[in-house]
Design a protein around this ligand. Sequence first.
Ligand SMILES: Cc1ncc(COP(=O)(O)O)c(C=O)c1O
Length: 380
Amino acid sequence: MEKKYLFSPGPTMLPPEILLKMAEPIMHHREPEFEKIFAEVREGLKYLFQTKNEVLIFTSSGTGAMEGAVSNLLSRGDKALVVRGGKFGERWGEICKAFGIETLSIDVEWGKAVHPGRIGELLKSDPSIRAVYTQASETSTGVRHPIKEIAEIVRGYENVVLVVDAITGIGVFDIPMDKWGVDVLVSGSQKALMLPPGLAFAGVSDKAWKFVQRSNLPKFYFDFKKELKNLQKNQSAYTPAITLFVGLRESLRKIREEGLEAVFRRHERLAAATRAAVKALGLDLYAPDSPSNAVTAVKVPEGISGGKLKDLFFEKYGITVAGGQDQAKGKIIRIAHLGYYDRLDMVMVISALEMLLKEMGYAFELGRGVRAAEEVLMGS
Ligand SMILES: Cc1ncc(COP(=O)(O)O)c(C=O)c1O
């Protein structure tokens, strides 16, 4: 017998109580029963996004909300500044290109965070920039970008909006969008929200709504104005992923019950334990200076194939971890700890890592990583 475990940075493991809710008979989305769920979800999302404004909900993967954050904010001839420090930063650039938006890129070395000062310099030198697109947590490298500091800079420009992909940031670490002045905050369901893929979210500030009013790029499905109008009636413009809404109500209740502060603390602790374990094994972090609490990217030791290690995780222990993408392919593995994870989950995955590295010929003392993780986790 073998159990299966997901330690990938999305999709993530799901709590049984959410799964059970989603197994109930489906309802119709134009009936009061569903509108009640919708109303509760709206409030829950405001709490999670830390905003007084509505959070739009789309039935799509997270990229749908990213696309919407380009097509609804910008207009023909606008220029965008894109932070490209990994696969998802590159995606912002690709979406802009698809909509004919000229971009200026800040190419950040993989594993490093962007310097906010660089954004400040470019905004100062090029007054035609209308939006800054970045990630809060760049999942492909395990980096956390300094959103608070970036927001402080962008806030000073009345005609520039800050758009943050927090697909693996929301519900992991603190990104109070209203307080910091983030204009659009995007997320997706299959990460810290402990749901299957299929819902995308976009919190939109008052400043961003002004941009939406004047935007003239083509849009149809991901239309912020249309979706807001419907949302205010506890409806969506098109048939929503009804089952996922039912699960979302449950997941938002869970997060509220634990409390945002406690949720952030839990992620901090799990991430700290993972990082301590990895270092105790003599391995290097891929993003040592600004690691994200969503996922830990670990450099595989010399002579060991990251691809092989990832495959063995699954073959031997039923565990799915993520490998590296593009330039990091074969060089790193990524161990996620966002969403439905607790202390002993991390002990388990570190134990599997140790057993596999030992079998693959890496020299170290068995138990060192587990011990280091335990030392961080004890008493928390
Ligand atoms: C930071 C980040 N941005 C964007 C995406 C894309 O989201 P989706 O695959 O749901 O479209 C992901 C998914 O892993 C992500 O981690």
